[in-house]
Write a protein that binds this ligand. Structure first.
Ligand code: AMP
Ligand code: GLY
Length: 433
């Protein structure tokens, strides 16, 4: 089979790495890809949002399955466009992708389906939003309705910050039309967990939960990023709480989308906050998480291509997932300055030394080839990923090896996975009592 992956980040590299293991595959393409992906797939110079260019490529190259990595083309309707041409494509329709494309749609949907989420109000008029914050409790969270590359959520500790957030989103329009509407919601406290489910519109399989690290600095300080590291499995959820989340969040979402005439096919990503009142849904995304996929997919033993075909062909009901018992952790190496301004074009040294190491995979995100060099080309540059017999070993290993990869002004968090050890020890202690 000929397979095309769309996108150019760490998520697309792990997708290519996993797809490449499938015996079903003949030729793998990635548009546009990056330096790491080009070692295992043929990269083609078409941007992820050039839907017509991608359709043309898929037809000409007899692509049997297209896998869409990022959210923007999904929200723009790439799946509908491919299906119109009778091309097989893994991902949700434009209507279903609104679960990520509009936070107002997602929150109102959750309300209709009784899916636990923070209390909220939606506003189209900044003066009404300002009126509301006069009497609100702080802290609260203000969110742009549309896609904002992970930057559209602002936690406000007082009325001054909330007022500034309303101005920035609705009047200065820093996120353009994504900020025509906003959500104002209660601020939740707790640990965050990411759950990815693959659905065929009716049936679904739930991948093992993982934990991302959204903030740029250690101890979850500083601004939000796309994600600075992740680990899987996580001691935050046991079998019982995962079942509860399935019954309260995943199942009602899949059932609700079907009932409302937009069956959800593809990856449903639920971002959850484990609060004292139980798990609350922060958001839905309609694609694999990044960097969550870099720790979840390496542990999945099933053939991903088969799972994706089963999703497209609506036959996920008879699939059982099988997992590697080892722990997996990934640490994102970013360009100094990210998530603010940063420089690109720095040579990356040391990439070849782990190629034969079975416990280590370096997934590329913002990288590109320049002659025989690999240089930085984005905020998040690499995701250094290690397996370990235990989480402790995986973490020890990843931090030993990461020191051997070098580029100018490289930055990474030093505490990825530390929470897994603390929570793990705590629940072990509780078990002994
Ligand atoms: P979202 O794009 O809605 O997931 O928001 C991005 C990040 O903002 C989340 O991963 C959380 O860290 C934070 N966040 C979102 N909603 C809330 C909330 N209601 N309370 C506290 N933090 C939140
Ligand atoms: N790691 C967060 C996301 O993929 O949205």
């Amino acid at each position: 089979m000929n397979i095309l992956i769309i996108g150019s980040g760490g998520r697309e590299h792990v997708l290519a790495w996993k797809v490449k293991k499938s015996p079903l595959i003949e030729k793998l393409y990635c548009a546009p890809g990056n330096a790491g992906i080009s070692e295992i797939a043929e990269c083609v110079d078409i941007e992820a949002n050039d839907i017509e260019g991608l359709v043309k490529f898929a037809k000409k190259n007899k692509i049997n399955l297209t896998i869409v990595g990022p959210e923007a083309p999904l929200v723009d309707g790439i799946v509908d466009r491919f299906e119109k041409e009778k091309l097989m494509v893994f991902g949700p329709s434009q209507a279903a992708a609104r679960l990520e494309g509009s936070k107002v749609f997602a929150k109102e949907f959750m309300q209709r389906c009784n899916i636990p989420t923070a209390q909220f109000r939606a506003f189209e008029d900044p003066s009404k939003a300002r009126e509301f914050i006069q009497k609100a409790h702080f802290p609260l969270v203000i969110k742009a309705d549309g896609l904002a590359a992970g930057k559209g959520v602002i936690v406000c500790k007082d009325i001054k910050e909330a007022d500034a957030a309303i101005s920035r989103i609705m009047e200065e329009k820093v996120f353009k039309e994504a900020g025509e509407k906003i959500i104002i919601e209660e601020c939740l406290v707790g640990e965050e967990v990411s759950i990815l489910a693959i659905s065929d519109g009716e049936n679904y399989v739930i991948l093992q939960p993982s934990q991302d690290h959204k903030r740029i600095f250690d101890d979850d300080l500083g601004p939000n990023t796309g994600g600075m590291g992740a680990y899987c499995p996580t001691p935050l959820l046991d079998e019982v709480s995962l079942k509860k989340i399935e019954a309260r969040v995943i199942e009602p979402a899949i059932r609700g989308m079907r009932r409302e005439g937009m069956p959800f096919k593809g990856v449903l990503y639920a971002g959850l906050m484990m609060t004292e009142e139980g798990p609350m849904t922060l958001e839905f995304n309609v694609r694999f998480g990044d960097p969550e996929s870099q720790v979840v997919l390496p542990r999945l033993k099933n053939d991903l291509v088969e799972l994706m075909f089963a999703s497209c062909e609506e036959r996920l009901n008879d699939i059982q997932l099988i997992w590697d018992k080892r722990a997996c952790v990934t640490v994102v190496m970013s360009s100094g300055g990210y998530p603010g301004e940063y420089e690109s074009g720095k040579e990356i040294k040391g990439l070849d030394q782990f190629k034969k190491d079975e416990n280590t995979i370096i997934f590329h995100a913002g990288t590109k080839s320049e002659g025989d060099k690999v240089v930085t080309a984005g905020g998040r540059v690499l995701a250094m990923t290690c397996f370990g017999k235990t989480m402790e070993k995986a973490i020890e290993d990843v931090y030993k090896k990461i020191e051997k990869i070098k580029f100018e002004r490289c930055f990474f968090r030093r505490d990825i996975g530390a929470k897994a050890l603390i929570i793990g020890h705590r629940s072990q202690a509780a078990g002994h009592r």
